[in-house]
Each structure stands twice: as structure tokens, then as C-alpha cells.
Write a protein that binds this ligand. Structure first.
Ligand SMILES: [Zn+2]
Ligand SMILES: [Zn+2]
Length: 295
């Protein structure tokens, strides 16, 4: 991929997986998104969707094949040996599949894990406390891959290969969480789960997402649900539609779907959203966006 970024959704559910037949169009896995560019990949969050992504990377490496940019640039993409994983926060729906990421347990990979230190503890120590006894039998010390740990703070920029950068932003979510804006050249994607947009946080949030090509928005609640879920750290899906219009966002992708929401209900919501903004879609597992202004 000489230009742009390819974004793929591997998990769409918020808080809890939803492996039920009437929810499969939008998907049952929790949050995970990959972004690929020239023989590089970034992964946002380790929800249960991460497992499918890991399997795909292994399959491609072992079959010596490479996958294409889904009919977009059409260029061949090689699986890199270094993988960058950004974890916005360590709530279970965003980290539970980390111990199942198959590349961790194979030699020859280097996995960069980025996240925010919490309550005086490094990101590494927090994750090692979760992934290990008594919560899980396997520890990250048993990983065959090399792990590189990176502490993040809000409002910093991480530089990645080929001029790609990831900017952090402090979310309004529980004890602390980060959102990410990833940029390559003149295109950018905001990974914006889990975040409660409020009157107080609107200005800073609007500046952070302004003009991005793709906004992955935490639209977990309806307006009715929000009345009883205010302060839980999530937004209303219609807010994403309005903010996208106000901030000149290219496409807004509503995600972190509430686990009880069936396909039929999500399709109704999506139709309402598209009446307001026809560049709005509701995230479906397997959905791919190719962001480029040069092709
Ligand atoms: Zn979540
Ligand atoms: Zn959360």
C-alpha cells in the first residue's frame, strides 16, 4: 500500500461478547480493529475479535500468501514480524483475548504493547497482573515472542514506520482510558471507543476528531438508555452522527454495540442515522475501510 490506511473491524460489541445467531450480521466479538499500510500493522484493543485477526496473520504467514487490500489498492501486503498493539484501557472487553493472540506464543515475532500506566502502576505490571494466575493459567513470561512495553500518556504522539503517527487523547471513561488518532500523510482514522461525550468534554473531543477520514465512535446507548446510564463512560449513537457532521468527519462508524442489540434493531438504528448523515455506518465484523486521497 503506497498510500493510505486500510482499517478492518474484527470486533464490534461493547462490554460483553454476543455469540448469538440473531446478532451475527453485526458480529458477536468485542472490540478489535486493525490498520494496515505498507507491510505494517497496528491493532487497536484486544477484545475477542483479536483471535480471528491472529489466526489470519498466522495463516497468511504459514501459507506464504499475503492478503490484498480488499479490492482497494490491490497491492500485495506482507505480514510483518513486528506488530504494534495499542490498548486504550484494560477493561476486560478490551483485553480478554490478549492471552489468545497466537503470535505471542511463537518465536520470531516482536509484539509492541502500548498502554497507559494506572494508579502508580506501569502498564506492563497492570497487564501482567491480569494475564496470569489466578485469573489465567498462562503468563506473558511464557511468551515465545519478544514483547516490548510502551507506556502512554494523553496528548503524546507515537511515531511508527513510514511516517505514520498515533496521537493519544484522554477519554472520559472510568478511571482513565485513551483514544487514538492515527495519521498517514493526509489521511487519518480515530479509534474512539470507550468514551462518554458530554457538554464539558465536547470542545476538546471535537478538536481531536476534526477532519478525520474515519471516526470509530462509541455509540453504545440510545438516548433513552443514556438517561439511566449517564456516567457509565459511553455515548449515544446519534451523538456520533451529529459530531461527524459538525467536525467534517469523512465517515462515522458507530461501534461498541450493546450486547443485547439484535441485527434487526441495529439495522433500524442505522437507517435512522443515515437519514441524518449518509456517511454513517454501524460497524459490522469484517467491514473494511480504505482511506486514501491519492488513489
Ligand atoms: Zn468497552
Ligand atoms: Zn471500558
Amino acid at each position: 500500500m503506497k498510500h493510505g490506511l486500510e482499517v478492518k473491524i474484527w470486533g464490534t460489541r461493547g462490554s460483553l461478547a454476543a455469540p448469538y445467531a440473531d446478532r451475527m450480521e453485526f458480529g458477536g466479538n468485542t472490540s478489535c480493529v486493525s490498520v494496515r499500510w505498507s507491510d505494517q500493522i497496528v491493532i487497536f484493543d484486544c477484545g475477542t475479535g483479536l483471535h480471528g485477526l491472529g489466526q489470519e496473520l498466522i495463516r497468511l504467514r504459514e501459507s506464504a500468501q499475503n492478503f490484498r487490500a480488499d479490492g482497494c489498492s490491490g497491492e500485495v501486503w506482507h505480514v510483518p514480524e513486528e506488530i504494534h498493539i495499542f490498548i486504550g484501557h484494560v477493561h476486560l472487553d478490551h483485553i480478554c483475548a490478549l492471552p489468545f493472540f497466537p503470535l505471542l506464543f511463537r518465536k520470531g515475532w516482536k509484539i509492541h504493547l502500548y498502554g497507559q500506566p494506572m494508579e502508580g502502576e506501569s502498564f506492563k505490571d497492570t497487564v501482567r497482573r491480569i494475564v496470569g494466575p489466578p485469573f489465567w493459567p498462562v503468563t506473558l513470561d511464557q511468551a515465545a515472542a519478544e514483547i516490548a512495553w510502551h507506556d502512554l500518556v494523553p496528548d503524546m504522539v507515537v511515531e511508527l514506520p513510514d511516517g505514520v503517527s498515533v496521537q493519544t487523547f484522554e477519554a472520559n471513561h472510568g478511571p482513565g482510558a485513551l483514544l487514538f488518532r492515527m495519521t498517514r500523510g493526509d489521511v487519518s482514522v480515530v479509534y474512539g471507543l470507550d468514551n462518554e461525550v458530554t457538554y464539558e468534554t465536547m470542545d476538546a473531543y471535537s478538536q481531536f476528531v476534526d477532519g478525520c477520514d474515519l471516526l470509530i465512535f462509541d455509540g453504545m446507548y440510545t438516548e433513552e438508555e443514556y438517561k439511566r446510564c449517564k456516567g457509565f463512560g459511553h455515548s449515544v449513537w446519534m451523538q456520533g452522527v451529529w459530531i461527524a457532521g459538525h467536525c467534517k468527519v469523512g465517515t462515522v462508524c458507530i461501534s461498541h454495540h450493546e450486547w443485547n442489540r439484535t441485527d434487526a434493531v441495529l439495522k433500524e438504528m442505522e437507517a435512522l442515522a443515515r437519514e441524518e448523515n449518509d456517511r454513517c455506518v454501524f460497524a459490522r465484523e469484517g467491514m473494511v475501510f480504505f482511506l486514501s486521497r491519492e488513489l
